[in-house]
Design a protein around this ligand. Structure first.
Ligand SMILES: NC(=O)c1ccc[n+]([C@@H]2O[C@H](COP(=O)([O-])OP(=O)(O)OC[C@H]3O[C@@H](n4cnc5c(N)ncnc54)[C@H](OP(=O)(O)O)[C@@H]3O)[C@@H](O)[C@H]2O)c1
Length: 240
């Protein structure tokens, strides 16, 4: 089995890579020339590292990278700097998602595709609704915060453009407010948001996101349960 991870130098992406290494699964990553990787990744000969920026890759190159992969996971996100938020590429995530889908469709191969999305995405297909205050804030964010708009477009690509009427099986994992903790802890997965992402957000550790993504790839029953869905992941507040 081989998994391609985009955004593998990021705070969540590198944990995703480590989850697969732990499970003895081959990993291929695409990282920018400037990316800083932990030595467990950079020195691991079993991890195939492709240097470059997915935004600059032609479709033929992406096809070549994807063609022997069983799963593709996108943990890309805009850096929280002025350049990362307002510079180009403004459609970093959504363009990467489109390119991966185009590559899969033209190769006629269908690896599992997992997107790291967010609870800021409201899935209207499952009748999620924002209340009046949330609507105003999300609308403002779409105008003022290009990375927010990009994340919405990326999820839209899967939920509305691909939908479930496609050979490409996908899951858009929606964590709430991300934080770091060392070990995997108990977490819960819901079909819908159970709290307001703006006014009452929950917490999700990046390591739990990485664990859930790795389980989706390796546990067929879990994949069947969540494919074509946008599961929300929260850390369990109390151990029970
Ligand atoms: N913050 C939250 O509470 C929250 C909640 C839910 C979802 N999310 C979303 O989750 C995703 C991942 O979060 P994270 O904290 O793990 O992200 P992160 O640490 O910022 O990682 C972002 C990844 O994207 C890459 N990247 C950034 N700009 C790029 C560009 N212009 N070209 C190519 N690659 C680029 C980074 O590469 P470099 O290492 O080279 O910079 C890195 O690998 C984001 O989309 C975020 O919006 C966030």
């Amino acid at each position: 089995m081989k998994v391609l991870v985009l955004g593998a130098s990021g705070a969540t992406g590198k944990l995703v890579v480590q989850q697969f290494v732990k499970r003895n699964i081959q990993v291929r990553i695409i990282v920018r020339e400037t990316a800083i990787l932990p030595s467990q990744i950079s020195a691991d000969k079993k991890i195939e590292i492709i240097k470059g920026n997915i935004s600059d890759f032609e479709i033929t190159k992406i096809k070549d990278i994807v063609k022997d992969c069983d799963s593709v996971i996108c943990c890309l996100g805009h850096n929280l700097s002025f350049k990362g938020i307002y510079g180009s590429p403004r459609k970093l995530v959504s363009n990467a998602v489109s390119k991966i889908i185009e590559a899969m469709q033209s190769l006629n191969i269908y690896p599992k595709f997992i997107l790291m999305s967010t609870t800021a995405y409201t899935n209207r297909k499952i009748e999620e609704v924002d209340d009046f205050r949330e609507k105003i804030i999300f609308s403002l964010l779409e105008v003022l915060l290009p990375p927010h708009k990009d994340n919405m477009l990326a999820a839209y690509e899967l939920v509305h453009k691909l939908s479930s009427k496609t050979s490409i099986e996908w899951v858009a994992v929606r964590p709430d407010s991300l934080f770091d903790e060392e070990n995997v802890s108990k977490y819960e997965i819901h079909n819908n948001k159970i709290r307001s992402a703006i006014f009452n957000s929950g917490k999700t550790s990046r390591i739990n996101v990485s664990h859930f993504m790795a389980e989706l790839v390796t546990n067929e029953k879990l994949w069947q349960e969540w494919k074509f869905k946008t599961p929300v992941i929260y850390n369990k507040e109390f151990d029970s």
